[in-house]
Design a protein around this ligand. Structure first.
Ligand code: SAH
Length: 234
C-alpha cells in the first residue's frame, strides 16, 4: 500500500535527498505463533476482529530500542484512529518537531485498548469518517509532514502560500490561474496580467480573506466594516 504513494512525487524526492527516512514494518514479523496471527475475536462477541496487543507492543518496543541503540531521540508513537484528534495543519506542525515518529495502522475493528494505554502517545484521525485501515491515513500524515521539511518542496510547489500556512495566517489560499489568459470565454482577473507586484500581493490577500470568510468562517478572523463591504461587492 505504501510503495505507490511513497515512491512518487514529493515524498520520494525528499527520501532520495535524505531529508526523510521512511520505513514500513511487517507486523507479522513480531508474532510468535506458526500462523503469524495479528488479530483475534473480540471479547464479549460482536462483529469483526481486533488486533492483538502483543505484536503491536513488541513492534513498537523493538523500533524504540533500535532508535536508542542508534543514539536517536525516542520516537513519538501515533495511532491512526477515527477516534483520535482530528488532523489539521497545527497538529502537523506540532508533530513535525519530533525527530522520529512511529505510525501505527489499525485494521478490522481496531486495536486492543491495552496496547493504546501502554504504548500510544497520541491518536490521530484524518476526519470524521471510517476507512478500512490506518495505512491511507498514515500516508496522508507522512505527506503533510514531509512538505514541511525545508528543501522538500521544489519551486513548483510552495508551502508558504498554501492554505492553512502561517504565511496566510492559517487562511485558505485564493484562486489560482495559468495560461491561456482567456479560456472558454473566461478571462483571468486583469490584475494578474498587470505586473504590479504590490497590487497583486494586496489582491491575493483580499482573495484569501474573502474566500476564507465565505467557505470557512471558522478560520477567518473577526469581521470589520471594511471586509463586510468587500464581501458584498463579490
Ligand atoms: N471500529 C473502529 C474503526 C476501525 S477502522 C471504530 O469504530 O472506531 C480500522 C482502522 O482504520 C482503525 O484502527 C484505524 O487505524 C484506521 N482508520 C479508520 N478511520 C480512520 C480515520 N478517520 N483516521 C485515521 N485512521 C482511521
Amino acid at each position: 500500500m505504501f510503495d505507490g504513494p511513497f515512491g512518487a512525487s514529493i515524498v520520494s524526492r525528499a527520501a532520495r535527498d535524505g531529508l526523510v527516512d521512511i520505513t514500513t514494518h511487517q507486523l507479522r514479523d513480531y508474532t510468535k505463533d506458526r500462523h503469524r496471527t495479528v488479530d483475534d475475536e473480540p471479547y464479549g462477541g460482536g462483529a469483526g476482529m481486533v488486533m492483538k496487543p502483543a505484536p503491536l507492543a513488541d513492534a513498537v518496543g523493538d523500533l524504540k530500542k533500535q532508535a536508542a541503540d542508534a543514539g536517536e531521540a525516542e520516537p513519538h508513537v501515533i495511532l491512526m484512529s477515527p477516534q483520535g484528534r482530528r488532523l489539521d495543519q497545527a497538529i502537523i506542525s506540532h508533530l513535525s518537531a519530533h525527530e522520529s515518529l512511529i505510525l501505527v495502522c489499525g485494521r478490522y475493528e481496531g486495536v486492543d485498548e491495552r496496547f493504546i494505554e501502554a504504548c500510544v502517545d497520541v491518536e490521530i484521525s484524518i476526519g470524521d469518517y471510517v476507512i478500512s485501515g490506518g495505512e491511507p491515513a498514515a500516508i496522508v500524515l507522512v505527506d503533510a509532514l514531509t512538505r514541511l521539511i525545508p528543501g522538500a518542496l521544489g519551486s513548483e510547489d510552495s508551502a508558504p502560500s498554501d492554505s492553512f500556512a502561517p504565511g496566510l495566517d492559517g487562511r485558505l489560499q485564493g484562486p489560482v490561474y495559468t495560461r491561456p489568459a482567456e479560456w472558454d470565454g473566461r478571462a483571468v482577473p486583469e490584475i494578474l496580467l498587470s505586473g504590479d507586484r504590490a497590487r497583486l500581493e494586496q489582491w491575493r490577500k483580499e482573495q484569501s480573506e474573502t474566500r476564507t470568510r465565505q467557505r470557512r468562517p471558522d478560520l477567518a478572523g473577526p469581521e470589520t466594516p471594511e471586509t463586510r463591504s468587500k464581501d458584498r461587492s463579490e
